[in-house]
Design a protein around this ligand. Sequence first.
Ligand code: ADP
Ligand code: MG
Length: 634
Amino acid sequence: MNKFEQLGLNESLLLAIKDLGFENPSEVQEKAIPVLLEQNTDLVALAQTGTGKTAAFGFPLIQKIDAEDKSTQALILSPTRELCLQITNEIKQYSKYVKGLHTVAVYGGASITEQAREVKRGAQIIVATPGRMQDMINRGLVNIKNINFCILDEADEMLNMGFYEDIVSILSDTPDEKNTWLFSATMPAEVARIAKKFMHDPAEVTVGTKNSGSATVSHEFYVVNARDRYEALKRLADANPDIFSVVFCRTKRDTQAVAEKLIEDGYNAAALHGDLSQAQRDSVMKSFRGRQVQMLVATDVAARGIDVDNVTHVVNYQLPDEIETYNHRSGRTGRAGKLGTSIVIVTKSEIRKIHAIEKIIRQKFEEKTIPSGIEICEIQLLHLANKIKDTEVDHEIDNYLPAINEVLDGLSKEELIKKMVSVEFNRFINYYKKKRDLSGEKSDRSSEPREIRAGDPVRYFVNIGARDDFDWMQLKDFLKETLDLGRDDVFKVDVKEGFSFFNTDGEHTDKVMSILNGYELNGRRINVEISKNDGGSSSRRDHNGRSGGRGERSFGGDRKSGGFGSRKEGGFRGERNDFTRGERTDRSRSDRPSSRREPGSFQREERSPRRSESNDRPAGRSFEAAKNRRPRRS
Ligand code: ADP
Ligand code: MG
């Protein structure tokens, strides 16, 4: 009898578990499943993400559902669309041998009528986000008056996201006799309140210490001047050439701005926040999972529950408002038994917050100093040497070797090595030679935004485009009208699929930013940002919108040769340049048509480390091992 059998699971589940390759139950499964199977009870289960909670409630739920009865019997609430789909997918796999059992996902951003139709066809289990669920209830599209089970998954995250009212209202639409199972990583006061209000004498399951950070994550903080935050971030990235990270900012605006700066500075970054369309977010997540994006800059809300393996660093570019949130952030790394580092960039005045967090996570932070330019150069140099060593030679190059040999004839091996490395490295050293240490007092303000003056053209990025039914003329008209500007005040309008660029004179910048930001267009909030580029020459003649100048250059191939910092001077050329190209079609504004890829980007196909996940699953998987190989989904 295997361990799952011992928990009391039935044949059809055991078969599915076998297909999934699960060998042993995880701790939370071991503790929760027997309780839920044997008793009709409410339950509060506390366990970190990645501990197998979905199966902990999914298995007993599936076993308890009457598949012959078509009515809705269970509601699973989860904070985001991504998680909602993930859970649905998981439940479907678990229940594949249960005839007649149907699970439907209900979430915003997709057709509500289609979802309602699916529910109507007979769905015993509904997996929903609170907002859309509320909507469905209000429109009378679902009936949850007779459900037997309600599961609140990632309850703390849902409440963090402000779903309290929705949850209360949804629960009040369910029968008192049902069982409520609440799953959460932490137990803040609000969760306790929900538990108290809606649950009767719940059984309790706790895995690990309550509210403790994962033991596999080490915590570091770096004290910098507020204005050096961005420079510090870059250095941390440069000091970790293989970084694969989630960078948290406090607001959508900062998120977008930091991501844009990183991209302009040649990093493989992308933004993830709520102002992006669902399609954009999906594509960003896809690139991140595929590792074309090395630095995912995200808001807390957008990064909820992100479940990507092998994240090396979580960077708190700014600390969250709520200290509790720190746990969620740092939980994005150190998963599946891997080690991870959670980094916090703070100013002096924020150090006390670090101490408050230490109390919550019951772990100490290590204070560190931002690496100096020299240190970073050393790290990069070694990285380069290793890269040279590990590079596989494409024998296409043989054709060129005679000519190359002729040029390099007479150089000794030592000389050759020195020169090879210097080709890549000199300009990089030059960049950091000029940089002071960040612990110093004075700032060269290199990363400060440039000053905007009347008379100078300013280029903007705005998150509306062809998908919102604009062509450049219509967008120009819309902008003129909304901003109350004259005929030629808006120029170089360049409309892409999901976003656009345009210019105005610097004197209108305040107006543009204040009126447009937050403006609602068909229920979507407009977000406008100043782009670093001015859209090419400042001449206004070219305002037909077709050329778009070079305003979008930061997304194009000609932008910078180098990979590091804001170093126009270059960096390790080949290296990050390839990444940059790879990422360009995939990152947040990835709806740029692929036909726009410059020739030469073919390189990326061979280079980008896309892992094939489907075929390398082991026959049996232990919980730890399995998590490294979980199928990609979003
Ligand atoms: P949580 O909800 O706690 O964050 P999930 O339920 O999403 O965690 O599970 C994390 C991953 O572990 C999933 O890919 C799931 O398929 C896998 N998993 C769950 N239970 C087991 C198990 N007993 N053995 C192996 N892998 C498992
Ligand atoms: Mg989960």
